[in-house]
Design a protein around this ligand. Structure first.
Ligand code: PAF
Length: 292
């Protein structure tokens, strides 16, 4: 049951905590905790995650932490958008109870010597393009789970490989937390919500729409099998490679959702069609679930 004296309604300020001690005090006596891990720059997609957490848990914690461990040396760690007051405002509007926004030195007071190995699934697709990325993700997610001790945690399905790895980590390491996936939020033109969309100018945004168009074309060919799905999506991306500005494909893959291994031409059942591409300096990812 909701107790309106202890639980903020939409519009109330969440409690902002910056250290593990403050977090522990904020959560003392709170039951049924739902965690939404984020790197801030909160947008509509994050609101979907928070609403799902709000529906399923009594207490909602949002972590806002740009995790250096998951960025490669030539990636956008320094320019990644950071605006805590705006993030807190979004959390207030979504009725979040606690915002955990630690400093880098708080999360990593010493060199992180022990990390979580993402295994072979973590080396495919995103892991191949961004070596070490998933070790960084799983390590910080484990630390957040340890600090918040949530009953459930909500992740976006837009990062399909990330949520698959988190689910697998929870299974393989017996972590006592339920993982909930939130569907990808799209703008009316099909572009998947992402904190990195703000890097795109108008022309780049126009070109970027090829990603979701390619996924739709692929999904529409699902009845004709795995090769047809890949071909249909590839056709759209080949055209987009000639557009101005061009879409520079990193990968397009049709994979088994449990392992992220490439689906064979005879694959039947669930699969994920995933794409990553660069438009200008911005790297974008997207995916769609298909049934073959
Ligand atoms: O998806 C993200 O925003 C990040 O990878 C996460 C899960 C918050 C870990 O830093």
């Amino acid at each position: 049951m909701t107790d309106s004296t202890t639980r903020p309604s939409a519009g109330d300020e969440p409690l902002i905590v910056r250290t593990p001690d403050e977090l522990r005090r904020a959560l003392e006596g709170r039951a049924d905790v739902g965690l939404v891990p984020t790197m801030g720059a909160l947008h509509g997609g994050h609101r979907t995650l928070m609403r799902l957490a709000r529906e399923k848990a009594e207490t909602v914690v949002v972590s806002v932490f740009v995790n250096p461990l998951q960025f490669g040396p030539n990636e956008d760690l320094d320019r990644y958008p950071r605006d805590l007051p705006a993030d807190v405002q979004v959390c207030a509007e979504e009725g979040v109870d606690v915002v955990f926004a630690p400093e880098v030195e708080t999360m990593y007071p010493t060199e992180q010597m022990i990390t979580v190995d993402a295994g072979p699934m973590g080396e495919r697709l995103e892991g191949a393009s961004r070596p070490g990325h998933f070790t960084g993700v799983l390590t910080v997610v484990t630390k957040l789970f340890q600090l918040v001790r949530p009953d459930l945690a909500v992740f976006g399905e837009k990062d399909a490989q990330q949520i698959a790895l988190v689910r697998r980590m929870v299974l393989d390491l017996n972590l006592p937390v339920r993982i909930v996936g939130a569907p990808t939020l799209r703008d009316a033109d099909g572009l998947a919500s992402s904190s990195r969309n703000i890097y795109l100018d108008q022309a780049q945004r126009g070109s970027a729409l090829a990603l979701s168009r390619a996924l739709r074309a692929g999904a529409d060919a699902a009845d004709d099998g795995a090769d047809a799905v890949r071909e249909a999506a590839r056709g759209v991306l080949d055209e987009a490679a000639e557009a101005t500005p061009p879409v520079e494909l990193d990968y397009l893959a049709l994979v088994d959702p449990a392992t992220f291994e490439e689906a064979s031409p005879h694959h039947r059942g669930a699969a994920v069609l995933a794409v990553a591409a660069r438009v200008g300096a911005t790297r974008l990812i997207d995916n769609v679930s298909v049934t073959l």
